[in-house]
Every structure is written in structure tokens, then in C-alpha cells.
Write a protein that binds this ligand. Structure first.
Ligand code: NAG
Ligand code: NAG
Ligand code: NAG
Length: 196
């Protein structure tokens, strides 16, 4: 659910594809994992927007998350009306931003292994890669994506979803279930069948 988003500039995606090949792979994988709200081409500029902050300091979670939100908003112009309408409907069910804030810490704990492994790959590249500037950033972000791609499976996502469901009240969980169908293919995850 945190995933959402994505965006307009196929051109930008094409231009930057060669430097960070795993970015496109991440976006294709997101589609295979059921994301329907954004196409892979729409997701690429969002990721590209977050990358400088990730490269600067991936462990500064607060700044990464606030930059991420800003990147989603800045790169979702083509989805603005749909997104705004989803957002306001969700809010009439339960406060979406409050729910995201509440779930951030639990999520970081539940997903600590892939997050830490990906950050480790990034940090290791920052120490050892001999390129400089943007070339180095692209090479190291690519390594980070590669590590994440190798670890994350649908079964893992289902496990995380199941654990996160336990952190939600019945109201929150039922709101998520109502709106999840509009942004992901929930049939891929048994977690969706949990009832509260
Ligand atoms: C990254 O951010 C964390 C959390 O704010 C901070 O503790 C750490 O010192 C920062 N690292 C660098 C290299 O700036
Ligand atoms: C989003 O757009 C605003 C307004 O143009 C800009 O100030 C901000 O830096 C952008 N955010 C990111 C993360 O690029
Ligand atoms: C992940 O890294 C954080 C911060 O470095 C640490 O507190 C946590 O124990 C690590 N978790 C795992 C599962 O490695």
C-alpha cells in the first residue's frame, strides 16, 4: 500500500534506463506483484526522484519517507484526480496519513532484513566503487535495487502483510481491504482473506 505510484515521463525513464537498469526491473516486478495503480513506466520517474536522497543517507528514514511522499506527488500529475478521489474516500473511512505514520515503525521492523541487506549493498558500493558523482550514485543505487530484487518474493510480501494486519484495528484493516483492490491485485495474496 505504501508503494503507490508513479508517473508521466516515459522520456525521463528512457534516458536514465541505461544507467540504472535495475530501476526498470523493480518497476516491472512491482507490476508482477500486483500493482495496478501505476504502470512500470509511471513508477520509474518516482524512483528516480527518490534516489539522490537514498544515496545521500538511506538510514535517515524520516527524510527518505518525506522525500518519497514529495516524489509521488510531484510525479503523479496524470493520476492526480484519481489519486485525490481515492485519498479523500480513504480518509472518510480512516485517516490515511495517521495510519501510514502508525505503520511505519512496525513496517521497518518487519521488513528489516531486506531493508538492511539493501542498505548494506549500497554502503559497500559507496566505499568501494571507484566512479564519482552521478555515475557512482547510479552504480550504487543499481546494486541496492539488485539486492532487494533478489530477496523480495510474493510469499515474503504476504508474510509482511499478515504481520502488519495485526498492527491495525478492525476499522483500519477493513478500510485497507476496501481500497487495496483499487490499487493492487489482491488475489495474489492470502493476506487479503484475513477478517477482523
Ligand atoms: C544518516 O541519518 C541518520 C539518521 O538521521 C544519522 O544518524 C546519520 O548520522 C546519518 N549519516 C550520515 C552519513 O549523514
Ligand atoms: C517537488 O516539487 C516541488 C515544487 O516544484 C519542489 O520544491 C520539490 O523539491 C520537489 N520534491 C522533490 C523530492 O523533488
Ligand atoms: C537492521 O539495521 C538496524 C540499524 O542498523 C538494526 O538496529 C537492526 O537490528 C538490523 N536488523 C536486522 C534484522 O539486521
Amino acid at each position: 500500500m505504501i508503494g503507490s505510484v508513479i508517473f508521466s515521463t516515459i522520456l525521463l525513464a528512457t534516458v536514465t534506463y541505461a544507467q540504472v537498469p535495475n530501476r526498470a526491473t523493480v518497476c516491472t516486478k512491482a507490476k508482477n506483484f500486483g500493482v495496478t495503480f501505476y504502470t512500470p513506466a509511471e513508477m520509474q520517474p518516482i524512483l528516480s526522484c527518490i534516489e539522490p536522497q537514498l544515496y545521500l543517507n538511506a538510514t535517515d528514514t524520516e527524510t527518505v519517507i518525506s522525500t518519497g511522499k514529495s516524489c509521488v506527488i510531484n510525479n503523479s500529475a496524470s493520476k492526480a484526480i484519481t489519486a485525490l478521489s481515492l485519498y479523500s474516500s480513504f480518509n472518510s473511512c480512516t485517516d490515511l496519513m495517521a495510519l501510514l505514520d502508525k505503520l511505519t515503525e512496525p513496517f521497518l521492523t518487519i521488513a528489516a532484513v531486506p531493508i538492511n541487506q539493501s542498505i548494506k549493498a549500497l554502503e559497500n558500493c559507496k566505499k568501494t566503487n571507484t566512479k564519482t558523482g552521478t555515475a557512482k550514485q547510479n552504480a550504487c543505487i543499481n546494486k541496492m535495487y539488485g539486492k532487494g530484487l533478489a530477496i523480495v518474493t510474493k510469499s515474503l510480501v504476504n508474510q509482511y502483510c499478515t504481520k502488519l494486519s495485526k498492527k491495525m484495528t478492525a476499522t483500519e484493516w477493513n478500510c485497507c481491504k476496501t481500497y487495496a483492490v483499487k490499487v493492487v491485485n489482491v488475489k495474489l495474496y492470502k493476506c487479503y482473506n484475513i477478517t477482523k
